[in-house]
Design a protein around this ligand. Structure first.
Ligand SMILES: C[S@@+](CC[C@H](N)C(=O)[O-])C[C@H]1O[C@@H](n2cnc3c(N)ncnc32)[C@H](O)[C@@H]1O
Length: 330
């Protein structure tokens, strides 16, 4: 039985009956007593709220659904698993571990013999440990939960079928260890808090390092479709495309070195990349504070010759006065 205390309600839930009642900002009491207390998303999976970043760890529509739709499916793991005897994953911002759990479940469902290597990055292990303690991953196979429980406390797993390393610290630094080890991931999950809240993990400089960890045929997936993120991925040398929408959310982005199999961006998305919204976040030292990154980008946007994104929005989203219909891109 789980008790959820939120700003406007206090309810008792059983794991089988979890209404979709998520508060974007749980009470101060809740975050003080247990900073990683489960919030139930619309698909019945749990997420946490970060008081530091003032943001949920997942979309309210579903943590498990997001892991599947924004990361596992776009990285084509079910297509890859039968064709490879070894798959390498890089999970950036491991959090509760949903993306890794969903990836392992997908791979081993189609190829139980596949050897998986996982490198996970996060600034701390507490969300991963709390996810295990609160049984947030309980709907994944028990063997996977056992591996990830070990990873959350020992920070390393070594078995014949699964090896994993958990690098703790600012991903701007830990990614350099991964680059130096010449790790080449078949799939990279890029899952930081949103760009306005955590700009340091969406910069051209950080994503250039991340790209160095992507195998020549690998796929990077992220939930974000922000023009600044897409522009940074392009500046890192990658080709980009949209991944499918999940819930009522916007599409995510996939990126790879070779763009031949990628669907083209729509005219609306291409034009978005020619607006000031596409001015990327920059972090030339690798240690710039988030507030400085945001302020510098704002200044650069103010002096940019690019079209303001408000004009682009009016062009593509404003309802024509005569019909009241919204213009949608093809
Ligand atoms: C949106 S949550 C990730 C959710 C996660 N992928 C999951 O499936 O549960 C963002 C994560 O970024 C981590 N984080 C925040 N700043 C970071 C940094 N500078 N370096 C590494 N991780 C960071 C947080 O601890 C948090 O776990």
């Amino acid at each position: 039985m789980i008790t959820v205390h939120c700003t406007h309600f206090c309810i008792v839930l059983t794991p089988l009956l979890r209404p979709c009642m998520i508060s974007p900002r749980p009470s101060t009491l809740l975050t003080m007593t247990d900073p990683f207390s489960p919030q139930w998303t619309c698909d019945g999976s749990a997420t946490f709220f970060s008081a530091e970043f003032d943001e949920l760890f997942h979309s309210e529509f579903g943590a498990a659904q997001e892991a599947e739709g924004k990361f596992v499916v776009p990285c084509e793991l079910r297509r890859l698993a039968p064709t490879q005897d070894r798959i390498r994953l890089l999970d950036i911002c491991y959090g509760l571990g949903y993306n890794s759990a969903a990836a392992l479940a997908a791979i081993w469902a189609v190829n139980p013999a596949c050897v998986v290597e996982l490198v996970a990055l996060d600034v701390e292990a507490r969300p991963a440990q709390a996810a295990i303690a609160h049984h947030a991953l309980a709907h994944y196979p028990a063997a996977i939960v056992a591996h990830l429980a070990t990873l959350s406390t020992a920070h390393r797993v070594t078995t014949p079928q699964f090896t994993a390393q958990f690098h703790l610290g600012d991903a701007r630094q830990t990614v350099q260890t991964v680059v130096r080890s010449h790790y080449q991931a078949d799939a990279i999950f890029l899952d930081p808090f949103s760009p306005p809240k955590c700009p340091q993990l969406w910069t051209v400089e950080f994503l250039t390092q991340v790209a160095q960890c992507l195998a020549p045929t690998g796929i990077l997936a992220t939930y974000s479709c922000a023009a600044a993120v897409r522009a940074a991925l392009q500046q890192a040398g990658l080709q980009i495309a949209s991944s499918a929408s999940v819930g009522r959310k916007a599409p995510g982005t996939i990126a790879r070195w070779d763009g031949t199999n990628l669907p083209p961006l729509t005219p609306r998305e291409q034009e978005h990349l020619a607006t000031r919204a596409a001015v990327p976040y920059r972090d030339r030292t690798g240690t710039t504070p988030a507030a400085t990154i945001l302020a510098h980008r704002q200044q650069e946007q103010a002096h940019s010759p690019l079209e303001p994104s408000s004009q682009w929005k009016r062009r593509w989203f404003a309802p024509p006065a005569s019909t009241g219909l919204t213009q949608i891109s093809g």
